[in-house]
Design a protein around this ligand. Structure first.
Ligand SMILES: NC(=O)c1ccc[n+]([C@@H]2O[C@H](COP(=O)([O-])OP(=O)(O)OC[C@H]3O[C@@H](n4cnc5c(N)ncnc54)[C@H](O)[C@@H]3O)[C@@H](O)[C@H]2O)c1
Length: 371
């Protein structure tokens, strides 16, 4: 495959996740990646990052990096508030972009980003990394095969340590003007995407949020969602303050003739499936190897399965391969907007104590953020 040269905006946690992923793809001889340029407003941090991963160039002004003809594709890994300007800049320069999730601080901004990328015909992938989770893909296939019968309900519990400090070195998630919200937007955007992926088109959302009084960001969300297929989902999403419990997701899907349980997090990964016979513990290692094959990768000691399955290299591989082979990216900004629509509906529901129908009409979008 031909060489592809990469630029990264934002040398923080996600910038590092991506560069480590890209490094493992390069070292495994899977992709020929040129670490071309990085950008960050924090110059000393950027210089440390550039040196550690041998990037050829560095820019404190990312728009200068976007003008650099040697940079072919761009990863946007900045705090959520800045995604819009960075993505619009990359798209305007005609550079394929992978934007970290969530797309933006509001649905209106996310839609503007999608429309611009579509109008300019620039490939735009959203960092919904769980779309590359091998076991979730396995479960999605089982459900869509109809083997478990009609889906009746999904129950999703999602929790994470309040991500300011500790493992999450920076504190911008405590400031809703930079993050756009709290646990609902920052974490449960992934949960909303999982539900859309597994259950299809949503019709109604009812949600209640409570906030950190001192921070004005929601730390607890309870939601009920209804889907066109008739299924109901309930979600509880929490930001807690247990530093040694980083995060966990537990998903249960009840179907007419089957049952799936998936746990990702503190206990590693555990998955059970029950249909006609006894409950069967799924072999998640075998599922991982099967998934590698499915997306065209050979198993290699450099491609390890992480505990929670958030294999950023699978996401990055899919993105760069789509660029090199000039194919459509997946998941694209449309998936990002669809997940964000559920988040927006939940904010509207919680703020007004109403059940909100979907799709959201443009005049129902929050004109200002909910805080
Ligand atoms: N996909 C996921 O599972 C996942 C997980 C964590 C974070 N995220 C998202 O990734 C994004 C980044 O989060 P993070 O944890 O890496 O944050 P971070 O604070 O660790 O890193 C952000 C970096 O961006 C830099 N920055 C800020 N403004 C900038 C600007 N205008 N130009 C260039 N650089 C700038 C900061 O100096 C910092 O180094 C956020 O949108 C977050 O929501 C996604």
């Amino acid at each position: 495959m031909r060489r592809v040269s990469v630029g990264i905006i934002g040398c923080g946690l996600m910038g590092m996740h991506h560069v480590v992923a890209l490094k493992s793809l390069r070292e495994a001889g899977i992709l020929d990646i040129d670490f071309r340029a990085v950008s960050d407003v924090d110059e000393p941090k950027m210089m440390r990052f550039a040196r550690a991963y041998h990037f050829a160039k560095s820019y404190t002004d990312c728009f200068r990096m976007l003008d650099d003809g040697d940079v072919e594709v761009v990863f946007v890994c900045t705090p959520t508030k800045y995604h819009k300007e960075h993505v619009l800049g990359a798209v305007n320069a005609g550079k394929p972009v992978l934007c970290e999730t969530p797309l933006a601080v509001s649905l209106a901004d996310a839609k503007e980003m999608l429309n611009f990328a579509e109008r300019k015909h620039v490939k735009a992938q959203i960092g919904l990394v769980l779309r590359f989770h091998p076991t979730l893909n396995y479960i999605a296939d089982v459900i869509s095969s109809g083997r478990l019968g009609e889906v009746l309900s999904a129950v999703l519990r999602s929790d994470q340590v309040f991500p300011v400090g500790g493992f999450y070195v920076s504190d911008w998630r405590g400031d809703p003007s930079l993050s756009g919200g709290g646990v609902l937007l920052e974490r449960s955007i992934h949960d909303m995407d999982i539900l859309r992926w597994l259950l299809g088109v949503p019709t109604y959302v009812y949600a209640t949020c409570t906030h950190y009084t001192e921070k004005n960001v929601e730390r607890l969300v309870g939601m009920t969602l209804e889907f066109k297929c008739g299924a109901l989902a309930s979600v509880v999403s929490v930001w807690h303050k247990m530093p040694l419990r980083l995060s966990e997701r537990s998903l249960t899907i009840y179907c007419e003739e089957g049952f799936v349980q998936l746990n990702l997090g503190t206990m590693g990964e555990l998955a059970y499936l029950q249909s006609k016979g006894e409950a069967e513990k799924l072999n998640v290692d075998a599922i991982f190897i099967g998934f590698l094959k499915r997306i065209g990768l050979k198993a290699s000691p450099l491609l390890v399965r992480y505990g929670t399955g958030e294999n950023f290299y699978l996401e990055d591989y899919a993105f760069l391969r789509a660029v090199v082979e000039d194919r459509e990216v997946y998941p694209d900004f449309r998936h990002g907007v669809e997940a964000q629509e559920l988040v927006e509906a939940a904010y509207i529901s919680s703020n007004n104590n109403v059940r909100v129908s979907l799709p959201l009409k443009e005049n129902r979008f929050r004109e200002t953020l909910h805080f």
